[in-house]
Design a protein around this ligand. Structure first.
Ligand code: ATP
Ligand code: MG
Ligand code: MG
Ligand code: MG
Length: 474
């Protein structure tokens, strides 16, 4: 079954059970300053959960574009490290706005996985929130899951929140055992271990509260259900592969990287890591720009820039001299254009934005890398393994290296970075900027004009009657 077929199958299953299939919302949240990027299927339904919006339907299903690279849910550092985290991924979800609750949600999830997709129950595990006996009993009594396969975890894993404020509640999660050959191999490895063996595939949240800025939990008008299952992860399970990157969803993109780089995925680990990073990042970049983000030096735009520059550096590591990322826009459209038609509509625009950023960064990348290599060598000779704040700042300010990019580069050399030192340099620069502005603005310009005035210069404003740029001065 292909990833595209699994997406369609999920939506059909829930449509057949009275759910309205809703299109994905964009990645840039509208009217929600609490959120950097859309990070879950429930985002677009936030007001339905809060009882502030009535859409006329009470069951919905979607496949939602998500980015987790900033804000509360941030997986940027996990990409390339784990087999299961992306910056951009698709979240399949079913939702109940005050309609069904725990019993039905659990029944749907279990039936879809074990009957519709036919998963082997001996490789599935579930978790519930510490004191949620009700959910544990439903799993055991209604679905026949043995008690020893039901784990209980606390706030961190089994109480889901969209952000610091907003809808939240206890959840129950479903895990798949990828087998001992995939994991860390520790004798203590079990559900909850951070390695890739027991992979979380589906989270069912029982939305019961709205958390306000003071941290207080207010009960929602009607308890609701919000679920999310990563399409790439369930595809890994269905295709019997070891990693999301081995599914057809990502392999289709990796084929393009192979073609452009002349290298083969799997031939050596270093190149494979670069290919995975590029495969992940090119989807995030394409969709973020498609949905209205632009690279910049702050906020969302800076997160996008950091993702683009990391990808550009990995393209360089693969030995690709020409800009690669802009050519990957094509690959993403080819793989995902049917599910997301907006990609084809905006393809030319996206490619232009990516190319401009790539060309700009490629101009300074080599020189920045050379300086960094020299610094690493001289620090090592002096027995130090921390990149000082001044170097981080110079790389940032002159060569456009975001700190996390530098960190990513030197980690492989066993180095870390002095981030507080970098922040101090940044603050110093901001201060200089403020002083400079005071000098030239308040004093400098006024002095010039005063002097001209003393020499008898007078201006005569004619803008209401004439479009001529200058009028005669007397
Ligand atoms: P994890 O513990 O693996 O980081 P999570 O608990 O943060 O996942 P949820 O917020 O519960 O994830 O999101 C619902 C589902 O979305 C997860 O069960 C998983 O299938 C998928 N998912 C979450 N984060 C990612 C990611 N970075 N890349 C791919 N899929 C993801
Ligand atoms: Mg996570
Ligand atoms: Mg989790
Ligand atoms: Mg989870």
């Amino acid at each position: 079954m292909t990833g595209n077929e699994i997406r369609a199958r999920f939506l059909k299953y829930f449509e057949d059970r009275g759910h309205v299939v809703v299109s994905s919302s964009g990645l840039i949240p509208q009217n929600d300053p609490t959120l950097m990027f859309t990070n879950a299927g429930m985002n677009q339904f936030k007001d339905c959960f809060l009882g502030m919006e009535d859409r006329g339907y009470y069951r919905a299903a979607s496949s939602q574009k998500c980015v987790r690279a900033g804000g509360k849910h941030n997986d940027l550092e996990n990409v390339g490290r784990t087999a299961r985290h992306h910056t951009f991924f698709e979240m399949l979800g079913n939702f109940s706005f005050g309609d069904y609750f725990k019993k039905e949600a659990i029944a749907f999830a279990w039936e879809f996985l074990t009957k519709d997709l036919g998963l082997d129950t001996s490789r599935l595990y579930v978790t519930v929130y510490t004191d949620d006996d009700e959910a544990a009993d439903i799993w055991h009594q209604q679905e026949g899951v043995p008690r020893e396969r039901i784990y209980r975890f606390g706030e961190k894993d089994n109480f889901w929140s969209m952000g610091d404020t907003g809808p939240c509640g206890p959840c129950t999660e479903i895990f798949w055992d990828n087998g001992p050959e995939v994991g860390c191999g520790s004798p203590d490895c079990a559900v909850g271990c951070d390695c890739d063996r027991y992979m979380e595939i589906w989270n069912n949240v029982f939305m019961q509260f709205n958390r306000t800025a003071d941290g207080v939990l207010h009960p929602l008008p009607k308890p609701a259900v919000d679920t999310g299952m990563g399409l790439e992860r369930i595809t890994t399970v269905m295709q019997g592969v070891r990693s999301n990157y081995d599914t057809d969803l990502l392999q289709g993109i990796i084929r393009h990287i192979e073609r452009h780089s002349g290298k083969k995925y799997g031939d050596n680990e270093k190149d494979s890591v670069s290919m995975r990073v590029i495969a992940d990042h090119c989807r995030a970049v394409t969709f973020l720009i498609c949905d209205g983000a632009l690279p910049s030096n702050e906020g969302r735009g800076y997160v996008l820039r950091r993702i683009m520059r990391r990808a550009a550096r990995h393209a360089k590591m693969l030995g690709v001299a020409e800009p690669l990322l802009c050519r990957m826009v094509d690959a993403v459209r080819e793989m995902m254009g049917d599910a997301y038609p907006e990609l084809a509509e905006r393809e030319t625009y996206i490619r232009k934005v990516v190319l401009a950023e790539e060309e700009r960064f490629n101009e300074t990348l080599d020189r920045g890398l050379a300086i960094l290599n020299e610094e690493v060598a001289s620090l090592r000779a002096g027995g130090c393994s921390v990149i000082p704040g001044e170097t981080l700042f110079k790389l940032y300010d002159t060569f456009g290296f975001p700190v996390d990019l530098t960190e990513d580069i030197v980690r492989a050399e066993g180095f870390s970075v002095d981030e507080p030192g970098f922040e101090a340099c940044m603050e110093h620069q901001r201060e200089l900027g403020r002083e400079h502005w005071k000098g030239s603005g308040a004093a400098g310009i006024a002095d010039v004009y005063k002097e001209l005035h003393n020499h008898g210069l007078r201006t005569n404003f004619v803008g209401y009657g004439s479009l001529t740029a200058f009028s005669p001065v007397t």
